[in-house]
Ligand binder design. Structure first.
Ligand code: DC
Length: 239
């Protein structure tokens, strides 16, 4: 790995930097994760999917029966949670109590609850610590809702992905292995809109476009086109 741009002076110093940080934000199912993974692969960086942390906390809370706990118990449970991000072949994976949850994190049950969990302070503080530690040395492409605004406000490249709710619903149904009929698309688009509203309307680290982000509307673009544009921008910014 190349040491990346030298020069020191950053909050964590620039020694041993693995490259720049690319922040990709946007609403649910806007293609952030798939795009971020492909960009990371092209740049030889690691992909960091921040939503997985909120999903892991939600999953653990559902399993442990404390997902709706009051403030004190919730804070204690999240604080005690044995949760970490590990870098594995170009991807950060989330490990909970030495288990690596996979499909459990993207079930409808978790998706329904995750916005409420992600709005709670202990979950945000915990995720922020884990994400900053993972991105400390750069060389990451991180996707989420507050990456360019809160997690890495000094990221060298910030991208904000958008797409219509219907297109996002169609993609999400395909993720769930469901045929995207018109009726299902309409219902899923409603769920996505409700989740976006919660994510954008919450008090802590709401979903919003960073002022210095490049916005890309992916509705009519092929995934490869989006990836190419971001890789090009990243190269211009020192990747
Ligand atoms: O990207 P996703 O659907 O896996 O995200 C799951 C939830 O986590 C989403 O409802 C919003 C929340 N989230 C967040 O609040 N901040 C992030 N950086 C990433 C996700």
């Amino acid at each position: 790995m190349s040491p990346g741009p030298a020069g020191g002076g950053g909050p964590d110093g620039d020694h041993g930097r693995h490259g720049i940080r690319v922040a990709i934000d946007g609403p649910a199912a806007s293609g952030k994760s798939t795009t971020a993974r492909a960009v990371a692969e092209r740049l030889g960086y690691a992909h960091l999917n921040s939503g997985l942390l909120y999903r892991a906390i939600t999953w653990a809370g559902l399993e442990g029966g404390w997902v709706d706990a009051g403030p004190d118990e919730f804070a204690r449970r999240v604080g005690e949670l044995d949760l970490e991000l590990r870098r594995r072949n170009g991807e950060f994976v989330v490990v909970v109590a030495d288990r690596r949850p996979g499909g459990e994190l993207t079930t409808r049950a978790v998706s329904r609850r995750v916005s409420d969990v992600a709005a709670r302070e202990p979950a945000r503080t915990r995720a922020l610590e884990e994400l900053r530690e993972a991105g400390r040395r750069g060389g990451v492409v991180c996707d989420g809702r507050d990456i360019g605004t809160v997690v890495f406000p000094d990221a060298e490249l910030k991208v904000y992905l958008v797409a219509t709710a219907e297109e996002r619903a169609r993609r999400r149904l395909l993720d769930y292995d469901e045929t995207p009929t018109e009726e299902r698309i309409a219902a899923e688009a409603e769920r996505l809109r409700a989740r976006d509203e919660k994510d954008a309307g919450r008090e802590l680290a709401p979903l919003r476009k960073p002022d210095d982000a490049v916005e890309i509307d992916t509705t009519d673009l092929r995934p490869g086109e989006v990836v190419d544009s971001i890789v090009e921008l990243a190269r211009e910014r020192g990747a």
